[in-house]
Design a protein around this ligand. Structure first.
Ligand code: FES
Length: 297
C-alpha cells in the first residue's frame, strides 16, 4: 500500500471518529487554506513584479503599516521566494488538515500563518472583528487545542512512514501549484463601473450634510459610497481594486480602508491609494444633484 492510500484510509477513519462540529471546523479550515493557495497559484500577477497583486507590493504595504514592519521590510528583496513559500504552505496545510497527515503540526502552521497575516495587514483594522485573519487564528488555535487534548507537551516527532506521508502533502502542494499556474489569470484592477441606471435617486440632498457620506448599492449589486464636501458631491465603488473585498469608510482617519489586506484609499483625493497592496484608485461613480435629490449621472 503506498503512502497516498495509507493517507486516504487514515483520513477516512479520522473523519468517522470526529464529532460533527469538529468535522465542520476541519473541513472549513482545510478547504479554505487550499483555496487560498489556489487563489495565489492561479493569479499570474502574484509572482510578477509590477502587477497589482505582486507579493512584493503586498510586503511593501505590510512593511509600511504593520507593528512589525521591519520584519516585512527585510523580506521584500526575497519577495518571490516568500510568495512561493506562502502558497506552498497554504496548500500543504490545507491538504494535511483534510487528509489527517501531521494534523497537529498543520494546525500549528495554520495558526502561525494567521497570526503573521493579522500582524501584516489586520492589526489596525477597527473594529477588530473585521479582521478575518484574527478570526482564523482563533479557529486554528481552538482546533490545535482540540487535537492536543489539552496536553501541554505535544509530540511532533515523526517516523519513517509518517515522513513519507508528509512527503505526499508536499507533492500534492507542488502539483496543485502547477495546476493553478495552468489556469492562471490576472486579477488586475477592476474596470470602472458604468452607471447604467442614470437618473436613479440615491438620497435626498438634505439628508447628506456637508462633510457627510452615504453608502448605496448599484443595480449591478456593486456597493458604492458618496461624499458631500464644500466642493460638491462625488462617489466611488466600494470594491477594492486589489482583490475585490468591500472597503469601508473610517471617519477617524478619513480613508476608505479594505478589511482584507488593509489597502487605504483617499476619497478626498480621487480615491487614490495611500497604502497598498492595491495600486489603482477606486472606480469613480458618476453622481449629480437633481432638484432636491442626489442621483446617478
Ligand atoms: S482586497 Fe486586498 S487590499 Fe483590498
Amino acid at each position: 500500500m503506498n503512502s497516498l492510500q495509507i493517507s486516504l484510509r487514515k483520513s477516512a477513519a479520522s473523519w468517522r471518529s470526529q464529532a460533527i462540529h469538529i468535522r465542520l471546523i476541519r473541513l472549513w479550515l482545510g478547504v479554505t487554506w487550499i483555496y487560498a493557495g489556489w487563489d495565489k497559484a492561479s493569479d499570474s500577477g502574484f509572482l510578477t513584479q509590477g502587477s497589482p497583486t505582486y507579493i512584493g507590493s503586498q510586503l511593501e504595504g505590510y512593511a509600511a503599516q504593520s507593528p512589525v514592519g521591519s520584519l516585512f521590510n527585510t523580506l521584500i528583496e526575497h519577495a518571490q521566494y516568500v510568495g512561493i513559500f506562502v502558497l506552498l504552505s497554504e496548500f500543504a496545510i490545507g491538504f494535511a488538515t483534510l487528509l489527517w497527515i501531521a494534523p497537529t503540526s498543520a494546525a500549528l502552521g495554520g495558526f502561525s500563518m494567521s497570526v503573521i497575516l493579522w500582524l501584516a495587514g489586520g492589526f489596525y483594522i477597527r473594529p477588530y472583528f473585521f479582521s478575518s485573519d484574527l478570526a482564523y487564528a482563533v479557529l486554528w488555535l481552538s482546533y490545535f487545542l482540540y487535537l492536543t487534548g489539552g496536553r501541554t507537551k505535544v509530540n511532533f516527532s515523526i517516523n519513517r512512514r509518517g515522513f513519507m506521508r508528509v512527503g505526499t502533502v508536499g507533492v500534492l502542494a507542488v502539483i496543485a501549484s502547477g495546476v493553478g499556474k495552468f489556469f492562471s489569470s490576472s486579477a488586475n484592477a477592476l474596470s470602472p463601473s458604468s452607471s447604467t441606471n442614470a437618473g436613479k435617486k440615491l438620497i435626498k440632498l438634505s439628508n447628506v450634510p456637508v462633510g457627510g457620506n452615504h453608502s448605496f448599492v448599484l443595480a449591478s449589486g456593486e456597493q458604492a459610497i458618496l461624499f458631500r464636501t464644500k466642493k460638491g458631491i462625488f462617489a466611488y465603488s466600494k470594491t477594492c481594486t486589489h482583490q475585490g473585498c468591500t472597503v469601508e469608510y473610517s471617519p477617524s482617519n478619513k480613508k476608505l480602508i479594505c478589511p482584507c489586506h488593509s489597502a487605504n484609499f483617499d476619497p478626498f483625493n480621487g480615491a487614490k491609494v495611500t497604502i497598498g497592496p492595491a495600486n489603482a484608485p477606486l472606480p469613480k461613480i458618476n453622481v449629480k444633484i437633481q432638484g432636491s435629490w442626489v442621483v446617478l449621472a
